[in-house]
Ligand binder design. Sequence first.
Ligand code: ATP
Length: 365
Amino acid sequence: MANVVLKNVWKKFGQVVAVKDFNLEIQDGEFVVLVGPSGCGKTTTLRMVAGLEDITQGEIYIGERLVNDVPPKDRDIAMVFQNYALYPHMNVFDNMAFGLKMRKVPKPEIKRRVEEVAKLLGIEHLLHRKPKELSGGQRQRVALGRAIVREPKVFLMDEPLSNLDAKLRVQMRAELTRLQQRLGVTTIYVTHDQVEAMTMGHRIVVMKDGVIQQIDTPMGLYERPANMFVAGFIGSPPMNFLPVVVEQDQGTLKVKGDGFSFPLPQGIEKKLKAPGKELILGLRPEDITVDQALREKKPEWVFTVKAEVVEPLGAEGLLYFSVGQQSVTARLPGASLPRVGDTVPLVFNLDRAHFFEKESGKAVA
Ligand code: ATP
């Protein structure tokens, strides 16, 4: 096992800067997820750690060893790809054993390790089948098994669940998390799916245009997004953003926007600095509620809306409405969902509001 350190790492493909000054220290045994939209540089970063891509500038260490010039096979890592990359002509046993054979591990030990890992993954009955005789989920387990038998210091996984159907993906997500906990192997996992990132990672690295936007725990990102990009990317449905101006109104500090005005919670003045400032108010759909107690406690935060679209999802549902020209989403308990056209008094829970600078999108700290 090992820690992994990336120091001022850059990757350029000609004119394209794929990764800009990437800095990250991953602890031994940690599960770190790189997440971001397509083209943000996640795969390139992972491939540089794997040694499949040269580093334009910077340093990468695996277990205290500088690996910039170490070929992939000597880095003591194992990769799991989106397409599994199984050998079609080999059965499951041989697919899993391949890396060990190449390393000239003695046959009895190969057999022991493959059987042990196959058992761990619940595929011991499939060892004689060819990949084409397996389901997608089984193939995924074989690809994982092949990585695990090598007992690497680091697992590198690139969207390993994205070829599975939605239900299997959720199941494999939990399985992978349990497996990583059990094996305790340092893992770097790439995905564009924020739910996968939130549910699996000890820490998450949010990337955009080759630049790290924020590194934090899942709840850290959710509670304290550093900017509007992270705020909008983490959480589903995404955070609502409303342009506002902060104003003093008869001794009370208020946020005023298109069609609304709310007094702000006590103690927020210092955070928002000078009144008169144009800001973006961020409020998550789950912080716009029908909560009776809050409605009574904070009548000044109640805002009556007209239900435009209602999406019941079972235990909860989504309500879409307009505030001025802006479309806003609230997440409500299923039993509290109105019908389309109904007017509904909602509470905007400003105790949970986020504020961002209008120009830069940075969180107002
Ligand atoms: P995705 O989720 O779509 O896989 P990603 O976040 O993994 O995206 P990368 O594949 O790392 O993104 O790509 C980052 C940037 O580098 C993109 O602009 C991409 O077009 C560019 N890029 C990647 N590989 C190459 C290459 N071999 N040659 C030139 N440009 C490349």
